[in-house]
Design a protein around this ligand. Structure first.
Ligand SMILES: NC(=O)c1ccc[n+]([C@@H]2O[C@H](COP(=O)([O-])OP(=O)(O)OC[C@H]3O[C@@H](n4cnc5c(N)ncnc54)[C@H](OP(=O)(O)O)[C@@H]3O)[C@@H](O)[C@H]2O)c1
Length: 359
């Protein structure tokens, strides 16, 4: 084991139950164990529907009490003796997707949802229920992805990209659509409909698909949000916005104006489950087109079976991303093809340090 000097205690957000808000408390700093490392958390994202996860509205199963959290950016402060690549002080992406080592299909999202198998629920409950809304976090070493600090945070004058750690926190959002788009093998030059494109994950999908070389049709009801997306996005010459009216014939005709469409990337929230755009987007696809289903619907969605069958369409579900997707996406980021921060049209609108969370 190698370690820097750590305090005995830290501040952390503690969720005791879904019926009361989380509170900041002083708790012991976690201890390193074989296969896990301790990371000082620098920046942790807040997902748009975080409140609805932790107040129980989303009905995500998870044990309590726990330290909530999401994927984050951190620095390694304590390493177990079985780590062979990671080094003390490495800047890392802390991936919240935890997989059992002896059964990789037992998957859960640390501190968010315990997954869908008895094994994933057990692993979260017994081992990894606490996560990144704390000063320090204990994570499996395979969930700590080293970041090229010199390239990412280095000054542009010295060949770096000049990002901040806040800019890097957006990696967590982009990884979700990257997992879906890579999962259906998006190729440069293809046309992708992203719907809805105006939410945090939809916007990340637009950026991601553009960076992967696609022409993107961004669909949404809110024309002001679509205009903002168009104004800020890089590669804007390959981005087209399409207002969603929820009149199927009008929306299909609007999409068909753009010619052959290869992919529909679905990322709707539960409220959009009854929206007509899901079927419309499927109907807009060319023969042999693909659909990446990543939306968070709580109910079954009707699909145009006859068209799916006749056109040889492929529908592929995707939960989050694979570990190798993270390394592949980092290549896009480190070469500047996938710009972050202002260059990527993304800004940090608010942030809070730990003591302020208790107010
Ligand atoms: N598969 C995965 O691994 C994965 C991972 C992360 C998230 N997700 C899912 O992705 C979903 C989207 O996340 P988000 O944070 O981007 O969500 P969000 O901000 O809640 O919603 C995204 C957009 O949906 C549109 N919308 C809302 N109600 C609608 C309706 N009735 N009809 C049509 N459009 C509607 C809104 O756009 P307009 O008002 O502009 O139309 C909104 O901007 C989440 O709910 C989550 O469950 C899945």
């Amino acid at each position: 084991m190698s370690t820097t000097a750590l305090p005995d205690s830290m501040q952390a957000l503690i969720l005791n139950s879904t019926s009361e808000p989380p509170i900041v408390q002083t708790v012991p700093v976690p201890q390193v164990t074989p296969g896990t490392a301790i990371v000082r958390v620098l920046v942790a994202n807040i997902i748009s529907y975080t409140r609805h996860i932790y107040n129980g509205d989303r009905k995500y199963p998870f044990p309590t009490p726990l330290i909530p959290g999401s994927s984050a950016i951190g620095r390694i402060v304590s390493l177990p003796s079985d780590a062979t690549r990671l080094q003390l002080n490495d800047l890392v992406f802390i991936d919240c997707i935890v997989r059992s080592r002896d059964e990789p299909t037992d998957i859960f999202l640390a501190a968010i949802v315990e997954g869908g198998t008895p094994g994933s629920a057990k692993l979260m409950r017994d081992v990894y229920r606490d996560w990144t809304y704390a000063e320090y976090c204990r994570a499996p070493i395979e969930n700590l992805i080293p970041l090229n600090e010199r390239t990412l945070l280095g000054s542009p004058k010295e060949g770096g990209l000049g990002y901040t750690t806040h800019d890097l926190a957006y990696l967590a959002a982009i990884l979700v659509p990257y997992g879906g788009l890579r999962g259906i093998r998006l190729e440069a030059g293809e046309t992708v409909v992203v719907a809805p494109a105006t939410g945090p994950f939809g916007g990340a999908a637009v950026l991601c698909a553009l960076a992967m070389g696609a022409r993107v049709l961004a669909l949404g009801r809110n024309t002001a949000s679509l205009a903002k997306l168009k104004e800020r996005a890089p590669y804007t010459e390959r981005l087209y916005t399409v207002p969603l009216t929820n009149d199927p014939a009008t929306d299909l005709a609007a999409l068909q104006q753009y010619g052959e469409i290869d992919i529909f990337f679905d990322i709707g929230p539960p409220e959009a489950a009854k929206s007509t755009h899901i079927k419309t987007c499927i109907l807009s696809l060319r023969h042999g087109g693909r659909v990446s289903l990543m939306g968070g619907y709580h109910e079954d969605i009707p699909v145009p079976h006859r068209v799916i069958m006749h056109r040889n369409l492929t529908l592929k579900g995707k939960w989050m991303c694979e570990r190798d997707d993270i390394f592949a996406m980092l290549k896009l980021v480190e070469t500047g093809m996938l710009p972050l921060g202002k260059k990527g049209g993304v800004e940090v609108t608010a942030h809070s340090s730990m003591p302020a969370l208790s107010r």
